[in-house]
Ligand binder design. Sequence first.
Ligand SMILES: Cc1cc2nc3c(=O)[nH]c(=O)nc-3n(C[C@H](O)[C@H](O)[C@H](O)COP(=O)(O)O)c2cc1C
Length: 193
Amino acid sequence: MKLLHIDSAATGTGSVTRELTAAIVARWEQAVPGLSVTYRDLDAQPLPHLTGPVLAQVDQAVAEAGEQAMQEFLDSDVIVMGAPMYNFSVPSTLKAWIDRVAVAGRTFRYTENGPEGLAKGKRLVIASGRGGIYGDNSPADFQEAYLRQVFGFLGITEIEFVRAEGVAYSPQHRTDALEGAKAAIAVPLREAA
Ligand SMILES: Cc1cc2nc3c(=O)[nH]c(=O)nc-3n(C[C@H](O)[C@H](O)[C@H](O)COP(=O)(O)O)c2cc1C
């Protein structure tokens, strides 16, 4: 089984989502013997934004980097993704990665019956960090709702959120939210074992 571990937070060692993805991946490693883990840090090594020249594959090295990201995504059985809320959405580094893996003919296609996701059978676990408190289905949420939409569009039906929110309210809120999120990790792993 292959797990793709992605971090996108720009906040380094103080990152809530990095702490959560590390904990989630550690639990998966415990639960699945022989698990193969590929790590991608989108803050340390960001992919370029999807500009005209990138889309046209003018630069071979940039095209190859995009293809490598695509292959990692296609090869994975499980994706553990750190996705903090930045300005109500996701970090632009994560959006740049999504722009490389959401590709017509590779991970989705249009048919006479409408769109069809081609990245079926994968499991996506998203570590969500939020300074404020939004809960589920907030009209201000363009982060979790966006991720659910785009990966659902690609055919991923098993999407789980491990959420720490209200982390900016106070240090105690942050501690409590992290502990609560870590305690919730065990549930998906029991299903996977
Ligand atoms: C650039 C930036 C933008 C942010 N924008 C929001 C926001 O729109 N709404 C919110 O609730 N929190 C926002 N926050 C707070 C983060 O969502 C929160 O600190 C979360 O823990 C970030 O995850 P991280 O610690 O892994 O970076 C922002 C933080 C940063 C650094």
